[in-house]
Design a protein around this ligand. Sequence first.
Ligand code: FAD
Ligand code: NAP
Length: 302
Amino acid sequence: MLDTVIIGAGPAGMTAGIYAARAELSHIVLESGLMSGGQIVNTSEVDNYPGLKGTGGFDLAMKFREHCDLCGVSFRDGKVTEVKKQENGFLVLLESGESYSAKTVLFATGAKHRTLSIPGEEEFAGSGVSYCATCDGAFFRGKEVAVVGGGDVAIEDALFLARICKRVYLVHRREEFRAAKTLVNRLRACENVTFVLNATPVRITGTGRVESLCVKTAEGERELPVSGVFVAIGMLPNTELLTGLVPLDEAGYVLAGEDCRTGVPGIFAAGDLRTKHLRQVVTAAADGAAAIYEIEAFLNQQ
Ligand code: FAD
Ligand code: NAP
């Protein structure tokens, strides 16, 4: 039986791996994606991780992984489909049919994109509707696009696209932004960016490819003549596996404090999936470290 199974190899899971290996806990880090790194893999630049200013998201993820490998962290590919309580711990089941028994489980499964759920979004996903500007932006070089959202991701996406697209419409449902003021001010200074505020997306239309985003404003409906719609309206926690297992808040985040302890002894939660105000690489990494410290304390008490 392992001391701990860590589910997810994003910044939280990889940091937990480093701390677990250094603490000589028997462990395994399970990752369902094609590579380690989590959400950060898809961002062009991470400007706020201490000591590594301006590092590309992919490069930062690789640095985390190299550090893990140097410390002897054990990784396995695989999607966890269920975690069951056993007499002296937990059974972690994978899609492949494999399973691991462990005294503790650390969930570090992060979060995924929220969708607009409007007509056309699903139909044009991958052919005009995108959730990743850094991945798909180049397909829209010289074209007109819309970015939906008012958080850091939407503003960063719009800044990135403004460099390569003819025009960027920034569509946001309010006038105030969640995004950092510095980012919003940088976007306001771009001549080819049009702010469409107090506007709610209604439908995406086109023949075979996106030709228009219709938004609803106080004045009525307005058609934006775009060939790309970048949806950046936030995330949903990957906590399906935890539903019914540990207490979650109304939005589905795991109720856990800085010690990453959940409502169930032996189950821990680190990173974006737990209740917190600031979801960042640095806070996810901090959680990974704190969680292993608490897991060690938990194991010592057993
Ligand atoms: P994640 O990064 O979401 O990693 C979770 C991992 O768990 C994933 O690899 C996933 O595949 C895996 N997983 C999920 N379910 C399972 C399962 N059932 N079985 C196995 N594996 C599973 N933060 C900053 O500090 N600076 C930035 O500049 C910045 N830019 C960002 C840009 C974008 C576009 C986005 C989306 C986010 C950005 N963030 C930034 C936020 C930052 O990426 C997150 O806060 C951070 O990645 C959270 O780390 P995490 O380990 O909690 O979760
Ligand atoms: P976010 O901060 O939650 O912002 C989501 C935005 O989408 C909000 O403006 C919200 O509007 C809007 N929205 C939500 N649902 C919508 C809907 N159905 N229709 C239209 N608009 C909708 O999410 P995020 O921008 O993805 O950022 C996620 C986390 O990563 C944040 O913690 C962020 O700080 C972090 N991050 C940090 C950086 C950085 O530090 N440089 C970069 C990227 C991401 P309302 O405002 O009206 O609710």
